[in-house]
Design a protein around this ligand. Structure first.
Ligand SMILES: [Zn+2]
Length: 236
């Protein structure tokens, strides 16, 4: 896949757009495969719900662990953080981090995080997007997925769309995966006190054509990945 360069001005624009979390979350919601099934009048409420949940969960943890940095938080929540030199891949999507639930573990993929860091450094915007935040951002993102498990409250399941309907009967229903990701981004932003919504990082990658623009179906595959595959990954 061809990866194009991104200019300093483009990065600046994306960061500026990232100041508006609501607008960014709306872009994410539109990327969901179920998006067209969500009535326009319900979208603002869903966006607000996802952002509010992410922020509230971050505030709860900050209250409980006022001094903890992100790695200490992972430790307190019983989640092991590993760094891998393997390439994190899901289909043709390159992953920067991943969460496994049994036992709770976060894997940070060094090469893809470093690649993103180098892009930021090349554009000279390390003041806006400090490279030292990249690992905490990814750990915090994956911790949100852990919290959903702990709370047995998956944002993606709070709203159902009918993917198959006959008349007024909803025959097959599906959750909205992006609600979880929108909540995770809000959690990261609030936990790390960022003045931009971290979806900015994905948008930089998308702008470079490095990852396809609609990873949601593959994200769904990720949660359906069988346990035995997780175990093999861990042995590596
Ligand atoms: Zn995620």
């Amino acid at each position: 896949m061809a990866i194009s360069e991104i200019s300093a001005a483009q990065v600046m624009t994306l960061v500026e757009q990232g100041r508006d979390a609501e607008a960014m979350a709306e872009v994410m919601l539109e990327m969901d495969s179920t998006s067209k099934l969500i009535p326009a009048q319900e979208r603002p409420g869903l966006i607000a719900m996802a952002l509010r949940s992410g922020r509230e969960w971050a505030q709860e943890l900050r209250k409980r662990y006022p001094e903890a940095d992100t790695l200490a938080l992972a430790q307190k929540l019983g989640v092991e953080v590993k760094h891998s030199d393997q390439e994190g891949k899901l289909g043709n999507i390159v992953l920067r981090s991943e969460y496994y639930d049994q036992p709770p573990q976060i894997v940070i993929y060094n090469s893809s995080v470093k690649a993103l860091q180098e892009v930021i450094e090349r554009t000279g915007h390390t003041d806006l997007l400090p490279p030292k935040l990249l690992v905490p951002i990814h750990v915090a993102h994956e911790l949100f997925h852990h919290l959903e498990n702990l709370k047995k409250d998956h944002l993606s399941q709070r709203y159902k769309v009918a993917t198959l309907r006959i008349g007024r009967w909803r025959l097959i229903e599906s959750g909205v995966r992006m609600l979880t990701e929108m909540g995770a981004q809000a959690f990261v932003q609030a936990w790390l006190n960022l003045n931009w919504y971290p979806f900015v990082l994905d948008r930089i990658e998308m702008a470079m054509g490095g990852n396809p623009p609609a990873p949601v179906d593959l994200l769904n595959e990720l949660i359906k990945r069988p346990r035995w595959l997780n175990k093999i990954n861990k042995k590596k």
